[in-house]
Ligand binder design. Sequence first.
Ligand SMILES: Cc1cc2nc3c(=O)[nH]c(=O)nc-3n(C[C@H](O)[C@H](O)[C@H](O)COP(=O)(O)O)c2cc1C
Length: 337
Amino acid sequence: MADYREKARERMAKCQVCPVCNGKACAGQIPGMGGIGSGMSFMNNLTALAAWRVLPRCLHGADSPDPTAGLWGQKLSLPVLAAPIGDVIANVGSDMQTNRYTELLVKGCREAGTVATFGDNTRLEALARNFDKIGDYGAMTIPFFKPWSPPDLVARLDMAAGHGCAACGVDVDAAGFPVFRKASPAYGVRSAGDMARIAEMAHARGLKFIVKGVMAVSDAVIAAESGADALIVSNHGGRSIDCAPGTAEVLPGIAAAVGHRILVMADGGVRTGLDVVRMLALGAKLVLVCRPVAIALHGDEDNGVREYFADLRNQLVNAMRLTGCPDLAAITREVIC
Ligand SMILES: Cc1cc2nc3c(=O)[nH]c(=O)nc-3n(C[C@H](O)[C@H](O)[C@H](O)COP(=O)(O)O)c2cc1C
C-alpha cells in the first residue's frame, strides 16, 4: 500500500494522497479532489460515519461471513461499487486520459467482481471514447449523466443501451456546477416530471435508472415516485454545496421513507470495512467509494483496483465476523450504537 500511495502522489497532481482521505488538506480545491467551499460537506461525511460505534458480538458461530451482494441479477463479491469521476485530468490532475482511467477501472472492477461507473462529458465525442472502453463489461458498468433536460439526454441514453449497459444514472446534485451551466445546452435542476420522463426513457431502452445525489427525504420520495429503480444518498463527495450534512446523517430517514419501494445505495467518506457495515446498518443495500479507488488505480495501474477491493472485502468480512453477521442481511441497526 505504501508503495502505491507514493506512486499515486506522483501521478495525481491535484491530490495529496493523505494517510486518511478526509477532505481537510484539499478543502475548497475544485477543480481538484476537495469538497466545495469550506470543505465541510466532505468532512461531514467522515465525521457522520465515525459517530456510529460498532457493537462487538463474538458468541455466534458465524466464523465465515458471506459478503457477496446482488444487483439486478449480477453477483457482486462485495456490496461496494466504484463511484463515478468525470474528467480525471481537470479534477484529479491525472497524467492519464479519462478514457484510459475508465478502461483501467473497468478492468480492475471486473477482476474484483464488482461494478464500475463513469461520469459524463459536455462533449459527446469524449463521452463516446469512455463508452468504447467498456468492452463486454456493459452489464456491470454504469454511466452517470449530468442533469440535462430529457431531450438532451437522448443521445446519452442511446449510447448506454448501445454498449450493453444494464443501468444508467443521473447525478441530480451536479445542477450547480459552473462548467456545465455554461455549456450549451446548459443543464440544471430537474422537476419531478422530468425525472419521471427520464426514467421512462431509460426503461424504454432496457436500462435500469438510478438517481444519484439524494439528500432530502422529499427528493427521495420524488425519485421513488418517478419510477427510478435506485437512488444514491450522496452529497457528491461534498462537491455540490457547502455545509451539507454527512450522508450517514440523512440515510436512515431516507431508507425509512422509501427503502421498501426503491433500492437505496449511499456514498461519501466510506474508507474501511467498518464504514461499509455502518452504511448498511443505516439502511443502504450497496455503497460506493470514489477517491480511494482513484488513488489505488493511479498507484498501480495493473493491480491497484483489484487489490483495493480485495483489502476492503477482507476488512468487511472481519467486521462481519466480529459483529455476528453471517451475511449482509444480518447487518441491521443492532450492529451499531
Ligand atoms: C474528483 C471527483 C470527481 C467526481 N466526478 C463525478 C461525476 O462526474 N459524476 C458523479 O456522479 N459523481 C462524481 N463525483 C462524486 C463521486 O462519484 C462520489 O459521489 C463521492 O466522491 C463519494 O465520496 P468519496 O470520494 O468520499 O468516496 C466525483 C468525485 C470526485 C472526488
